[in-house]
Design a protein around this ligand. Structure first.
Ligand code: PAF
Length: 282
């Protein structure tokens, strides 16, 4: 497994793979890898002969009061974990490589509409940072496919939209959320939780499952289902940011006949902002 930091070395290696007609899959990450990321690598491998995992804690997607400085960074540990997978290359660029004119002066890619609600409303500018860095990674790596996790449901929709709108020649693949035995979705931010908070955290997924079951049973009073779930989570110790039942396709408010739904939640639990979702196909 290669560990590459510069665009020049990356270009040379990619040229060699392309020379042998090999396809390339990219798994963009911010490091601090867990089993969820590793499952994305395995999925990527099913779609291409070569898998590149990028590791870059992207400054432009963090707000000023957010956890950019505290975000866990562990390249050596990540390297050890990826060695056990089908990864061919880690691409770990520095800030200058991805933002040659500086993050503050970067040409920005922005997807309107889809980014206005939910995480986009609570974290202004966050999705501009995500699409800007992903567009840059696509331009530098030129992958055939790129793999993102379903846990960041809104993010993967936004990236799909950007890719379609700009006709970028990349196929976007979404990998399933990986969970601990008690249902908590794996996330690098779970490491912020105290033991007590960690014991409460599975209630987030339990609330999604409960609403999912009610939808499957014919429940269509979406606002009531949302309000009841929010109250329950707030009583359990969360500060709910949003809990919403939406059309899976585009996050719009569904009508009663819609049979492809997504239930999305974001909530603060102590120092950690946790997000999760389930897709409900009736
Ligand atoms: O999901 C993430 O880890 C990040 O948002 C991504 C897609 C790697 C962009 O920095």
């Amino acid at each position: 497994m290669l560990v590459i930091h510069t665009q020049q070395e990356l270009a040379e290696q990619i040229a060699e793979w392309r020379h042998h007609d090999e396809h390339i899959a990219l798994v963009p990450t911010m490091g601090s890898l867990h089993a969820g990321h590793l499952s994305l690598v395995e999925l990527a491998r099913e779609h291409a002969e070569r898998v590149i995992v990028s590791i870059f804690v992207n400054p432009t997607q963090f707000g000023e009061s957010e956890d950019f400085d505290d975000y866990p960074r562990s390249l050596e540990r990540d390297q050890r974990r990826l060695k056990t997978t089908a990864t061919d290359m880690i691409f770990a660029p520095d800030v200058e490589t991805l933002y040659p004119f500086g993050p503050d002066k970067a040409t920005t890619v922005s997807v309107p509409g889809l980014t206005e609600n939910f995480c986009g409303a609570t974290r202004p500018g966050h999705f501009d940072g995500v699409t800007t860095v992903v567009a840059r990674l696509f331009a530098i790596v030129q992958p055939d496919v790129a793999v993102f996790g379903q846990k960041d449901y809104q993010q993967q929709l936004v990236i799909r939209r950007m890719t379609a709108d700009l006709s970028l020649p990349v196929t976007i693949i979404t990998g399933e959320t990986v969970r601990d035995d008690d249902g908590l979705a794996l996330s690098s931010r779970n490491s912020y939780l105290s033991d007590e908070e960690r014991a409460i955290a599975p209630a987030l997924y339990a609330s999604l499952q409960s609403v999912g079951q009610q939808l499957q049973a014919g429940g269509r009073e979406f606002a009531e289902l949302e309000a009841a779930a929010i109250e329950k989570l707030n009583n359990a110790g969360f500060k709910v940011d949003y809990f919403a039942i939406r059309r899976a396709l585009n996050l719009e408010v569904p009508d009663r006949d819609c049979d492809d739904l997504v239930v999305l939640v974001a909530a603060q639990l102590g120092p950690a902002r946790l997000i999760d979702n389930i897709v409900v196909t009736i």
